[in-house]
Design a protein around this ligand. Structure first.
Ligand code: NAP
Length: 238
């Protein structure tokens, strides 16, 4: 009962699955759950805080509130693919300033700032893991289909940020591991419009994905730091 964990994007399908899991984990002392709107949790070890991933001050204030604690795991599970006003681009003619700005802001800039303010809270004396939910479609070498310009590019850029974090942390906190995670296709608000394209049996529940990702996190070593790992442990080429 000595670990502390923080989940950013605790209201999302995957983020919430991590909150539930760590709440039941006897080795975890405190779960800090960050989301746009405060949530209520029955389990007393979970503390909910507001965090807007598109607002630097909000991210800084959120980290400030828990700064007396050292964190063993940080999971960043925020992300956007579509909203009421836009969907992922099917073609060049769909590229749009406002929607691309939004996607970059939520998927790349916000998580970078979470790194800035939360990385100093990682424990230094034992293994710690900061994991960012990314996506296989951010891999340039894996891009066979095209489309989804903003989402793909935002995750490619996130993967670069993750690599940079890992390089800097080798010097400042050698026990820290920074990972990108590909969760599979998971039943959530984010995947809702595209679920019908997923082959039967290939759509994970958030808990199925979480369980696989927890194994990846537990098995990760400093050699994996900076990489994008899939739910089955595969290292995805950039
Ligand atoms: N589902 C999949 O198939 C899939 C596949 C590959 C990668 N991923 C990645 O996995 C991650 C989690 O996705 P999910 O499937 O769990 O989606 P989800 O259920 O839609 O969750 C997305 C989360 O992001 C949060 N968020 C969005 N904008 C925010 C903002 N401005 N400030 C704070 N929080 C914000 C949402 O908060 P609110 O509740 O306040 O809206 C929600 O908690 C994402 O990074 C996604 O790209 C998912």
């Amino acid at each position: 009962m000595d670990k502390n964990v923080a989940i950013i994007g605790a209201s999302g399908a995957i983020g919430n699955a991590f909150v539930e899991h760590y709440s039941d984990d006897q080795s975890v002392n405190k779960v800090f759950a960050f989301s746009r709107k405060k949530q209520s949790y029955e389990n007393k070890k979970v503390q909910s805080f507001e965090l807007d991933i598109e607002n630097q001050n909000s991210i800084q204030d959120a980290a400030e509130k828990i700064k007396e604690n050292r964190l063993n795991h940080i999971i960043v599970a925020t992300g956007v693919l579509h909203s009421e006003s836009f969907g992922p681009e099917k073609s060049i003619k769909d590229i749009n300033h406002d929607s691309m700005t939004k996607v970059m802001s939520v998927n790349t800039i916000g998580p970078s700032l979470v790194g800035r303010y939360f990385i100093p809270l990682l424990t230094k004396d034992t293994k710690s893991v900061m994991a960012f939910l990314s996506a296989r479609v951010g891999s340039i070498s894996d891009n066979k289909l095209g489309g989804w310009y903003s989402y793909r590019a935002s995750k490619t850029a996130l993967n670069q940020i993750i690599k940079n974090f890992s390089i800097e942390l080798k010097r400042t906190n050698p026990n820290a591991i920074v990972l990108g995670l590909q969760p599979g296709t998971v039943d959530s608000n984010l995947s809702e419009p595209f679920k019908k394209n997923v082959a039967k049996g290939k759509l994970f529940t958030p808990e199925q994905s979480r369980e696989l990702l927890s194994d990846v996190i537990e098995n990760a070593t400093t050699k994996d730091s900076g990489n994008l790992l899939a739910y089955d442990g595969e290292t995805i080429s950039p």
